[in-house]
Design a binder for this molecule. Structure first.
Ligand code: A2P
Length: 340
């Protein structure tokens, strides 16, 4: 029997790196579904994806795709969101959008369910899923911010291929194979050789500030999610040859002094966070361990000796970019819509 709360859900970008994780999250979390509609470009129409062991056919995304849809999970890039989210909202769906298209719009809630679930109720048809590096950096910090305001954040990211989509993941594998075979490989998706290399994030740089688009997203989105426009943030985003989990080195300065023990206790209590901090074994958060995991792993928690006043803590986190950084966070938002 269908749950009375069962919903018709559409996935826009179902064939993409995040799209297939939407399918997996909806399945594993037993999201009550009346119907699941898979949408992608005309190239994928007719392709079959498996859901709960059954084949589901992908349809071409059009303005008419959303009739009867309750929740539309979008992850097909900003242009597609801008073009098709209005049609979905008009058809009566609530859009949970993984792109950056609407994140900074005043009437669009930007939500990490562990941080600001109350913002969901203010939606006017669209709820935005934050940038993956923002989610992974700030989810562990929220319990600290609530009791001892974080006034300054310094972040360095080590970002996986998945953030640039399935084609970038393929490029990492193919270029690594070519490198090991001693063959030339011309990058097709990312701007620089990826195998055994790293480079400044591929988002465009603002020539006036020297910050790239990814860095600006984390700065602005953190302020919006925390509801604190005055946090001072600096960040350097780097793409590393890792498949699907980002790592972030974070140093945060609080208004009042904070000890390592206090920070550890608060972060350990953060929902969706697991402490991995074994100094004896030199075992700390790694993208390989974070891959496929819902939790954000946090370790290297220590007093930042660069601040002798004792207001600053340094740490290292790793989180699955496709899960908590994208699909899982969006499905958690959809779950909150069910409860509303
Ligand atoms: P398709 O596989 O048919 O190209 P990723 O982030 O991994 O690159 O995935 C992007 C997702 O967005 C894919 O599912 C892709 O579908 C989808 N997509 C890209 N362009 C369009 C489009 N014009 N209309 C609908 N879906 C699109």
């Amino acid at each position: 029997m269908l749950n009375t709360k069962s919903k018709t859900v559409a996935i826009v970008g179902a064939t993409g790196a995040v799209g297939v994780e939407f399918l997996r999250c909806l399945d594993e979390r037993e999201f009550p579904l009346k119907e699941l509609r898979l949408l992608a470009s005309a190239r994928s129409a007719g392709k079959q994806l498996s859901f709960k062991g059954q084949p589901l056919t992908v349809a071409e995304l059009t303005d008419r795709s959303f009739e009867g849809v309750d929740i539309a999970l979008f992850s097909a890039g900003s242009d597609i969101s801008k073009k098709f989210a209005p049609a979905a909202v008009k058809a009566g769906a609530v859009v949970v959008d993984n792109s950056s298209a609407f994140r900074m719009k005043q009437d669009v809630p930007l939500v990490v369910p562990e941080i600001n679930p109350e913002a969901i109720a203010r939606h006017k048809g669209v709820i935005a899923n934050p940038n993956c590096s923002a989610i992974i950096s700030i989810t562990p910090l929220w319990p600290v911010h609530k009791v001892n305001r974080i006034r300054r954040l310094n972040i360095a990211t080590y970002q996986a291929a998945s953030g640039a989509g399935a084609a970038a993941m393929e490029e990492l594998e193919e270029s690594t194979r070519a490198y090991l075979d001693g063959k030339d490989y011309a990058p097709k998706v990312l701007p620089h050789p990826y195998a055994f290399n790293l480079f400044s994030h591929n988002a465009d740089i603002d020539p006036a500030t020297g910050y790239n688009g990814e860095e600006s997203k984390v700065i602005q989105e953190t302020r919006k999610i925390f509801g604190d426009p005055d946090i001072r943030i600096s960040i350097t985003c780097v793409r590393v040859p890792v498949l699907r989990a980002h790592a972030v080195a974070v140093s945060f300065e609080c208004e009042k002094p904070i000890t390592e023990a206090e920070a550890r206790k608060l972060i350990a209590g953060a929902p969706g966070v697991r402490i991995v901090d074994d100094r004896a074994r030199n075992y700390f958060p790694m993208p390989r361990d974070a891959s496929g995991q819902d939790d954000i792993l946090v370790g290297r928690i220590r007093q930042d000796v660069g601040d002798p006043a004792g207001h600053t803590i340094a740490l290292l986190s790793a989180g699955d970019q496709l899960l908590k950084g994208a699909a899982l966070n969006a499905v958690q938002i959809a779950e909150k819509l069910l409860a509303a």
